[in-house]
Design a protein. Structure first.
Length: 367
């Protein structure tokens, strides 16, 4: 590997689309001496979670602990090519200073370039809430907003929110570790779909015309307020004796995927509305983020000073008292059968392990 380009997010800045775009043109990039390693899926989330020591799922109910082997797998892929490698995962943005220092040691001697993609904080609120709902959170939007803004920088229910979204602090850590001259940031322009791909390619040095908008971008629309209310109710009623694997398969890859991968929803369904006070708080913090980013001396492409927050749907949603049969039906038919087969294998392995453990305990007790 001659050079490594790291794209550490941020979350909710077109990362999923960019990762799909990079995946779709792997062969073309290899011909141009650019390597976007294939590990699992379109991104490098498992390797990133390994670096930041983050459990995937619920820590105390079957979540998958960070495994150092995931980073080593990626390292082997990186060393298999002598050109420029690109890795992408928004989870890298959660790395603290110690974790970044350890990452730098692992990459000692490599020419590192860091490219962030960024949107102002007020645009992150409703979409971030939905993401946490998809992990099983049991808080309404109003409760969640109160929790994250009670002490900005801390979040009782979702501590990762501020790890990701104090953008100035995050960029500062990366600039301190890898040098401000090696860090760039793209301020995303949603009104120009091709802008992200063209700008990222230009910064990375990918020949013009290779990186482009995905041919078949997977639909992953936002939840309506009614759908979010349905998911919140599912989270509250989800059996406590079932673990993360079951939730991921039946809810994340089942109910939720069925809803967000379809453009069908009740025409009267409202978007999730954000109270004006929360947008004002986020805008204030965003100014602090922007000021810090500007002070770092990194390269910025695009408009950091945008304040078009009037685009954000504002107000207060009326409580949901009824949910249409159609919405419920769509959420029920979305189980990913391939994942279900995987679960059978996991369930068998888990049961075998527990039986073996019990047998060993009995034997030790008898002896």
């Amino acid at each position: 590997m001659k050079k490594l380009i790291i794209h550490p997010g941020f979350h909710k800045t077109g990362t999923t689309a960019l990762q799909q775009a990079l995946s779709e043109v792997r062969a073309e990039m290899l011909e141009a001496d650019f390597n976007y390693p294939r590990i699992a899926g379109n991104a490098h989330h498992r390797a990133a979670r390994s670096v930041i020591e983050k459990t995937w799922g619920w820590k105390n109910r079957g979540g998958r602990s960070a495994d150092p082997i995931e980073w080593r797998k990626l390292e082997r892929k990186l060393s298999s090519n002598n050109g420029t490698a690109i890795i992408s995962s928004e989870f890298f943005s959660e790395a603290n200073q110690t974790q970044l220092a350890n990452l730098a040691k692992r990459l000692d001697g490599a020419d590192i370039q860091v490219i962030f993609t960024w949107r102002p904080l007020p645009f992150m609120l409703a979409s971030s809430y939905q993401q946490y709902l998809k992990y099983g959170m049991k808080k309404s939007y109003a409760e969640w907003l109160d929790s994250i803004f009670e002490i900005p920088g801390e979040a009782k229910f979702t501590p990762s929110f501020w790890k990701r979204n104090l953008h100035g602090d995050v960029v500062a850590r990366w600039a301190e570790t890898f040098g401000a001259e090696n860090v760039s940031l793209i301020a995303v322009d949603e009104s120009n779909p091709g802008y992200l791909y063209e700008t990222f390619a230009e910064l990375a040095g990918i020949p013009k015309g290779i990186l482009r908008e995905p041919a078949h971008l997977e639909m992953n629309r936002s939840l309506t307020f009614t759908e979010a209310a349905l998911l919140l109710e599912i989270n509250w009623t989800y059996p406590k004796d079932l673990d993360w694997d079951s939730y991921e398969i039946f809810i994340r890859k089942g109910n939720i995927k069925a809803l967000t991968s379809s453009d069908k929803h009740e025409g009267t369904d409202e978007k999730i509305l954000t109270p004006e006070w929360a947008i004002a708080k986020a805008a204030e913090l965003n100014l602090q983020n922007v000021a810090k980013i500007k002070s770092l001396g990194i390269k910025v492409i695009g408009n950091l000073d945008r304040s078009d927050f009037s685009k954000i749907p504002t107000g207060l949603n009326a409580p949901v008292t009824t949910i249409s049969i159609e919405t419920v039906a769509r959420s029920m038919i979305g189980v990913d059968m391939s994942s279900l087969h995987k679960m059978h294998g996991k369930a068998i392995s888990k049961e075998f392990f527990h039986r073996a453990k019990r047998a060993l305990k009995r034997r030790l007790h008898l002896n």
